[in-house]
Ligand binder design. Structure first.
Ligand SMILES: *[C@@H]1O[C@H](CO)[C@@H](O)[C@H](O)[C@H]1NC(C)=O
Ligand SMILES: *[C@@H]1O[C@H](CO)[C@@H](O)[C@H](O)[C@H]1NC(C)=O
Ligand SMILES: *[C@@H]1O[C@H](CO)[C@@H](O)[C@H](O)[C@H]1NC(C)=O
Ligand SMILES: *[C@@H]1O[C@H](CO)[C@@H](O)[C@H](O)[C@H]1NC(C)=O
Ligand SMILES: *[C@@H]1O[C@H](CO)[C@@H](O)[C@H](O)[C@H]1NC(C)=O
Length: 209
């Protein structure tokens, strides 16, 4: 019975895919231009002494083939950026906020600096963010508390300072948060201890209330 059901649904999906593929491709190509422009702005903001990104991120091939980029299978939109341990420097440009399908942003252990652009708040699909081991600075933006799907937030070993925005603790999806080796301070709500959330902080950093 179960098997029949799945086969039926499968046939429906196939039918739908076949009949609507032309219009999906048309919509996708415009959306892909948005992703392409966002990544070209990122490329321009990256300094790569080994010249891997300047040569690999070539417009002669789809962004989905670029090193460190993963697209989702369904929409062929940029779903993950993983540029960890690439020995690169630079900033996060505001255009990254146009990557509306981005789920993972990982630039662990590089030499990125500067503030996080407000525009990133438009990326509501973000689940995993790791900026660990860079030189990002400034206060943590309060919009992080609006990334309602956020599960892992790793900011360790950066120059972030100021108070941790209270809204972050409203994120019920959060499972891991790393704030150690930064100059962030703030209050850690007691209920965190009753939830299964891993919180990494340096001992001097936070006041427990
Ligand atoms: C971009 O994609 C979204 C969601 O997939 C769709 O609703 C929208 O119409 C697309 N826009 C363009 C310009 O293709
Ligand atoms: C870029 O790197 C990816 C992953 O290593 C590789 O598959 C692709 O062929 C490279 N593209 C170019 C243009 O060098
Ligand atoms: C992308 O982002 C930039 C800066 O946030 C903006 O100026 C631009 O209009 C956006 N849209 C597209 C389609 O590139
Ligand atoms: C980021 O990349 C590093 C190195 O590949 C990995 O260990 C880590 O789990 C990744 N973190 C996230 C949040 O994707
Ligand atoms: C967080 O949740 C508390 C209690 O539910 C609420 O009063 C507060 O307005 C929320 N803060 C933000 C920034 O969403």
């Amino acid at each position: 019975m179960k098997r029949t059901y799945f086969l039926f649904v499968g046939a429906l999906v196939l039918h739908f895919t076949a009949t609507s593929s032309a219009s999906i491709i048309a919509a996708n190509s415009q959306n892909n231009t948005v992703d392409l422009n966002a990544l070209l702005a990122f490329k321009a903001a990256i300094f790569d002494p080994q010249r891997i990104i300047p040569t690999n991120w070539s417009t002669s091939t789809s962004v989905c083939n670029w090193i460190g980029i993963t697209c989702n299978a369904r929409h062929h939109r940029v779903a993950a950026i993983d540029l960890s341990y690439m020995g690169i420097a630079g900033t996060i440009p505001p255009q990254l906020g146009n990557l509306s399908f981005l789920v993972r942003l990982n630039v662990t252990k590089n030499s990125f600096h500067g503030h996080l652009p407000t525009e990133l708040s438009r990326v509501r699909q973000l689940k995993y963010i790791s900026l660990e081991g860079n030189a990002f600075e400034g206060e943590l933006p309060s919009w992080l508390g609006e990334c309602s799907k956020l599960q892992v937030l790793s900011l360790s070993d950066n120059k972030f300072s100021g108070h941790i925005p209270k809204g972050i603790w409203n994120l019920t999806t959060l499972t891991q948060i790393y704030l150690d080796w930064t100059d962030l301070t703030g209050k850690l709500p007691t209920w965190l201890y009753f939830e299964q959330i891993l919180v990494y902080v340096s001992s001097h950093q936070l006041i427990i209330i």
